[in-house]
Design a protein around this ligand. Structure first.
Ligand SMILES: [Zn+2]
Length: 284
């Protein structure tokens, strides 16, 4: 019985300050490198890496009992500025120029954005690492989800096991505030659950991110549902990219409350709501 658990009181003023410090740390990583980020998550207990070169993912197993709802939390380490200037990179690090004013972080140069897509998502994963959910860090999402596709294509039984063991997947890799997308890896029931738990809404089902691949293992296996949450960045992929700190904090707080729930139901993609063959797996 869990009726003695205290109600969630919010993360508090100090919690918010510390969270924003973590956000700044993650935004400071070089835009065109992912090795420092992978090293940081690799320190966590049980962390295992998969892949070849930059076609890689890192998995950190959660400690919550599977039958009370262990989730897979996902963010990508690469930015769209990975190969910048396009085709001319000399291998040296490209550092973001962060300017913070009136609660908004933006780029102090017209040459590139700030990489909030998806370093702001990684910061949330780092902050949620104590909740007992599993973490997955992917690479090369921006050039076609090459890290998560490597896992699907080379470790099919491991990805099938991940789909069996997790209640659902939550990625933190979406622009704007208060919205979510389940693409083709949600069901009506899961969408209702996400909307209720977050207060966010789903504008449409277009586009792709890693969960489209991670929740679509090959073979006739159980597929978990997945969703991608807004984390407060805007105009990603342009030099005008910016992050509204209060919106990022709201998503962090909403996710903390939701994912701290002692029991989370598991959501599986059902056959009649499954995408048409190939639709979710091959585009992008
Ligand atoms: Zn992204």
């Amino acid at each position: 019985m869990h009726n003695t658990d205290p109600p969630f009181e919010g993360i508090g003023v100090d919690g918010k300050k510390q969270a924003v410090e973590t956000l700044r740390e993650f935004l400071a990583f070089p835009l065109n490198r992912t090795d420092g980020i992978f090293r940081r998550f690799a320190e966590l207990p049980g962390a295992t890496s998969f892949g070849e070169g930059r076609r890689q993912v890192l998995f950190v197993p959660g400690s919550r009992p599977i039958d009370s709802g262990r989730c897979l939390l996902v963010a990508h380490a690469d930015t769209v500025w990975d190969d910048w200037p396009a085709g001319e990179t000399d291998g040296s690090e490209v550092h973001p120029v962060l300017v913070e004013r009136n609660g908004v972080i933006r780029s102090g140069t017209r040459k590139h954005g700030i990489g909030a897509d998806d370093r702001a998502g990684l910061a949330i994963l780092w902050l949620l690492r104590g909740l007992g959910h599993s973490l997955m860090i992917t690479d090369l999402e921006e050039v076609g989800r090459l890290g998560s596709k490597w896992l699907r294509d080379h470790e099919p039984s491991f990805l099938a096991q991940i789909n069996r063991d997790h209640a659902f997947a939550v990625q933190f890799d979406r622009r704007e505030a208060r919205s979510f997308k389940c693409y083709d890896v949600g069901t009506r029931g899961f969408r209702r659950h996400v909307a209720q738990a977050t207060g966010f809404s789903e504008p449409d089902r277009r586009a792709f991110t890693d969960i489209c691949t991670l929740c679509s293992p090959s073979g006739p296996v159980m597929r978990m549902c997945g969703t991608n949450l807004s984390i407060g960045y805007y105009d990603e992929h342009t030099e005008l990219e910016r992050l509204v700190i209060s919106e990022w904090l709201r998503s962090f707080e909403v996710a903390t409350r939701w994912l701290s729930t002692p029991r989370l139901p598991a959501f599986r993609q059902t056959r009649d709501e499954r995408p048409e063959r190939g639709q979710a797996m091959d585009a992008g």
